[in-house]
Design a protein around this ligand. Sequence first.
Ligand SMILES: *Cc1c(COP(=O)(O)O)cnc(C)c1O
Length: 368
Amino acid sequence: MDSRADSPAPAAPGGRSLATVVVSAGRPAAAPGAPVNVPIELSSTYAVRPDAIGYGRAENATWTAFEDALGALEGGRALVFASGMAAIDAALRIAPAQLPLVAPTTPYNTTSALLEERTAAGGTVRRVAIDDTAAVIAALDGAGAIWLESPTNPLMQVADLATIIPAAKARGLMVICDNTFATPLLQRPLGLGADLVVHSVTKYLSGHSDVLLGAVVSAAAATDLHEQVLTHRTRRGAIAGPMETWLALRGLRTLDVRLRRACDNAAYLAQRLADHPAVCRVRYPGWGAMLAIDVVGGQPEADRVVAATRLWLGATSLGGVESLIERRRRYPGESDLVPESLLRLSVGIEDPADLWADLDSALLAAVS
Ligand SMILES: *Cc1c(COP(=O)(O)O)cnc(C)c1O
């Protein structure tokens, strides 16, 4: 069973459409004269009161507004972090250290580096092909947690979350899912029983390639997980700037319309690329706005495609309104399971015919 909702805006259980929630959640209470948007709260300290620390490493009203909105979208309690990696580090430290951790063979490359650190420190990490459901389930026995990322970056492998999450919960594992590529509008792991969701808010949630930010969202009923993540953040201090958080909340307001357009563009491009003579493989799950292509040839051909584009920007990162293209193996840290000829495409919201024309001519010029 596919764990993804069919349209970009499913209804929140018992409530309004998530297309409405992205716009309405995390606003100041309506009162005469109240602002429509939360202010950017720039204060390192607060006047003494009995119920809180009153220090900017522990609390901030702009964070709370963003967290209320993301929590409502994922169906849990969100905590904002300085970057996606700060959020991932927090979640990995909360996963039981003494027991094996099941993880994808090729997750986001910096996540992979943290998993290697875990192994070097004496932990056990069981790497499995996340799109091989039987292999994933076979790896669960005796493990303490499973790290999921779906679709994976950049191979676009899809995990069957609706099968894997209940199987992991039935065996008592903690389930953590990196939901950066899908966003809560396409996939809601907490609703399938996951304990924690992590995000690189830098990507789709912010949507304009102008901030770095992350978040951990814990299941609504898991009060102690929320407390553990909060304690980690307050002690380790990987906190978000109020300005960045405000920008992310502003970007989040348009997530539904941005994602719909980007998904439509990606579907169009995936279909056209499938017949392109310079492309030997299109990696596209059939939904979402990310795709990857294997260019005919190898590294030189793929590099030439990136250099030949005029509208697509050759750059890392993803999830912004502008289309980006990148050869992932240019990173020494990228898995050697990622082909040298693979280009990752973050499809933006430009006119699809313009995106196609630029990509088509770059491909034809580079592979001839
Ligand atoms: C970018 C990314 C991250 C890291 O997030 P940062 O905000 O860059 O720290 C983690 N996971 C995935 C899937 C990503 O694409």
